[in-house]
Design a protein around this ligand. Structure first.
Ligand code: KG4
Ligand code: ZN
Length: 332
């Protein structure tokens, strides 16, 4: 069974063809980093315009490299939220058009559910598991009891972890996206050079990163000579400490022995190492998608779509993009 996945939720135009929910036949990603780099963040209008330009060649490219045509597809899975509304609109309209024209079933996929499914492309984590979703737009922990059954345990009250990486990179005069740059820089810095705060929201496993961002800004103003590598490493130590501790607390209180990492920040080398180190003596198994499947891609959307299709759930041509969506929200 071949599923075409499409994701245009943010600044990457992506299309993929996967077979039987697992085998990636193609996974094409056309990024826009060069466009947004000079602004130090995504400019939504520029992102939408680039999606319009790229959607057709990217989908054609995915089909060609998979050696498939529209007539071979069992379904089209498309991200319809959460994300930038103008960006989402391009993918959803395009998917609806080809679904209508070629009479192929359409499946609207929640982007966060897609991120969780990146692990199923390479692995089979046992249910129930705790998923830590850390990306540029989202930071949350949820309990996944079975395929499609999600309950959110906690979320960020302000910035997402990836957003904090991108903003701190901007403060340090580094490029966009900041995550991979800080990841590299932190590896040669001293994580104990500056003790940045770890927000602890009493009685809750929620996150907050806006105070950390302000602490970095204040430090840079007060001590302009601190090495960038040390600021990067100390900032990262604070983020990782909080992400790992809260995830372990969630696993402990849910009595769960498997943890899945998902989203762009889960490509972070120190986060991956720390999560493995801090679970090794606790009998908890950690599942990490390959770094290229952590960041936005359409294969993960196709994988989530495959599971919905198998259950018989599909969308129709009234499918509309939504900028804000909870995990597990679907239009059925
Ligand atoms: O999942 P994603 O591609 O898009 C969203 O759904 O938001 O995540 C992008 C985010 C960006 O904020 C980027 O800086 C961050 O993931 N990121 C990283 C790394 N690679 C990407 N953050 C830390 N370390 C990395 N290696
Ligand atoms: Zn994403």
């Amino acid at each position: 069974m071949l599923i075409l996945g499409i994701d245009t939720s943010c600044d990457d135009t992506s299309a993929a063809v996967i077979e039987d929910g697992k085998r990636i036949l193609s996974n094409i990603i056309s990024g826009q980093d060069k466009i947004h780099d000079k602004y130090g963040g995504i400019v939504p209008e520029l992102a939408s315009r680039k999606h319009i330009e790229m959607i057709l060649p990217v989908v054609e490219g995915a089909l060609n490299s998979a050696g498939a045509g529209f007539h071979d597809l069992s379904a089209i899975a498309v991200t319809y939220g959460p994300g930038l509304i103008g960006s989402l609109l391009i993918g959803v309209c395009f998917a609806k058009s080809i679904s209508f024209f070629h009479k192929i079933p359409l499946i609207g996929v929640n982007h966060l559910e897609g991120h969780i499914h990146s692990i199923f492309l390479e692995n089979d984590p046992q249910f129930p598991f705790i998923a830590l979703i850390v990306s540029g737009g989202h930071t949350s922990i949820c309990l996944v009891e079975s395929q499609g059954d999600y309950s959110e345990i906690s979320r960020t009250r302000d910035d997402a972890a990836g957003e904090a990486y991108d903003k701190v990179a901007k403060l340090l005069g580094l490029g966009y996206p900041g995550g991979p740059i800080i990841d590299k820089m932190a590896s040669i810095g001293n994580p104990e050079a500056v003790h940045f705060p770890r927000a602890n929201l009493k009685g809750s496993l929620d996150f907050s990163f806006s105070g950390l961002k302000t602490a970095v800004l204040t430090h840079i103003k007060k001590y302009p000579n601190t090495k960038k590598e040390d600021i990067a490493a100390s900032f990262q130590a604070s983020v990782i400490d909080v992400l790992v501790s809260r995830t372990l607390d969630a696993a402990r209180s849910a009595g769960v022995k498997s943890i899945v990492l998902a989203g762009g920040v889960s490509a972070n080398s120190a986060l991956r190492e720390t999560m493995i180190k801090r679970t090794s003596d606790k009998g908890i198994k950690v599942f990490l998608p390959s770094p290229h499947l952590c960041t936005d891609n359409a294969a993960m959307i196709a994988a989530a779509g495959y599971h919905h299709f198998k259950k018989g759930t599909a969308s129709d041509l009234t499918l509309n993009p939504k900028a804000y969506m909870q995990l597990g929200t679907r239009c059925e």
